[in-house]
Design a protein around this ligand. Structure first.
Ligand code: TMP
Length: 244
């Protein structure tokens, strides 16, 4: 069915062309990287799990009116997506302080952020994905004022939907990263993936600050049980998602 011409290989996914115009096939890999690929490894079955988790979350967001690149998921590790030109911005939404925010500001881990903090990072490995200011972003032409407002509004809407859903699953959505792209009609679509690779997820039934982690921080910090954490996130989603 698919011509299978490889268009792009990233750290976690391969993008293939398909016979359908405007449609691409994303293949989710088990490869894991951290710290701008200075740390490399494999998380067994991650590709299958992240594809499934992303599928459920994209479907949930679509049902709530968020336009995404997701079309369907025809097989294990495979997602049919609308072709978009990815905006080279990593949009991070934080409900609590963690990760680079703690390192760069001294804020204590878990400090609640109300309203949530929306940040933009320049998606550029050579430069180490630097944090951008609003003015830098505008000067660099990465978005117009109007697009920036739209991105912030969308990121906050996505946060409300995902936080509410994960809350039902007994999981706290601490922070997450999303990417957007423009399709051929210049529609802004949520793209890439949403998974334990791109979110911080804390198990609400665990008080221990290491045991509660259900996301890629287990890999980044060598905490062990990485596969089990990803499996647990999927299992909880499957228990709480309403099937179409
Ligand atoms: P940070 O605290 O390291 O800046 O990460 C914020 C969020 O973004 C966290 O949920 C992990 C996610 N993230 C990615 O998806 N890709 C990345 O390359 C990085 C650095 C973070």
């Amino acid at each position: 069915m698919y011509s299978r011409q490889k268009l792009y290989e990233g750290k976690a996914k391969i993008i293939y062309a398909t016979d359908e115009p405007g449609v691409l096939l994303a293949y989710f890999k088990d490869d894991a990287t951290a710290f701008n690929a200075q740390k490399r490894g494999e998380i067994v079955d991650k590709g299958r799990i992240n594809c499934e988790i992303s599928t459920h979350l994209f479907r949930l967001l679509e049902a709530k009116g968020i336009a995404t690149h997701w079309i369907d998921s025809p097989g294990e590790r495979q997602m049919r997506v609308r072709a978009v030109e990815i905006t080279p911005l990593e949009v991070v939404v934080r409900n609590m302080a963690a990760g680079s925010l703690c390192r760069q500001t001294g804020l204590a881990l878990g400090t609640p952020l109300k309203p949530p903090l929306v940040e933009f990072y320049f998606k550029n490995d050579a430069l180490g994905d630097p944090l951008l200011t609003r003015d830098r972003l505008l000067i660099m032409g990465l978005a117009t004022e109007e697009q920036l407002s739209q991105l912030i509004r969308l990121a906050k809407e996505i946060n409300v939907i995902l936080s509410g859903f994960f809350q039902q699953c007994g999981i706290t959505l601490v922070d997450f990263k999303v990417e957007f792209g423009l399709d051929a009609q210049q529609h802004l679509l949520l793209a890439d993936e949403i998974s334990p690779d791109t979110c911080r997820l804390w198990n609400q039934s665990e008080a221990d600050i290491n045991r509660r982690i259900l996301d890629k921080d287990r890999f980044r910090q060598d905490l062990g049980n990485v596969e089990q954490a990803y499996q647990q996130v999927l299992a909880r989603i499957l228990t709480h998602i309403s099937q179409p």
